[in-house]
Design a binder for this molecule. Sequence first.
Ligand code: FES
Length: 135
Amino acid sequence: MVSDYYSATLIDHFEHPRNAGVMEGADAEAYVTNPVCGDSLRLYLRIDDGRVTAASFLSSGCPASIATSSAATELLVGLSLAEAEALPRERYAEAVGGLPKSKVHCSVLAASAVRQAIATWRQGREAAGPPAHGE
Ligand code: FES
């Protein structure tokens, strides 16, 4: 039975994912796949003044990856980019009440997507150069 395997918090995130869907006009985006199973996650971030102000996701994954992605969209809001990047995968697992040993790898998707989205956002800023006078 699923409830013997997953925590009630995980099941709640899986059945009622927070912030699921495409974010129009996202400032940062990442698409990552889990090499262990092939599941995927697309993460969108809105970034204002060096902080994450909103996050959403699309997932083609197992209950554990959907739940940890859902939890990530709540955990990230309000964090500085450095704080968001530093969140270890264990933090996403904790946020859903822990993961069974065989599903620990599922929390890697959220952690990887956050780091990739922020790294890509930074690269875009560097490529654009310093803001023009008056911006
Ligand atoms: Fe693929 Fe969980 S089994 S992310």
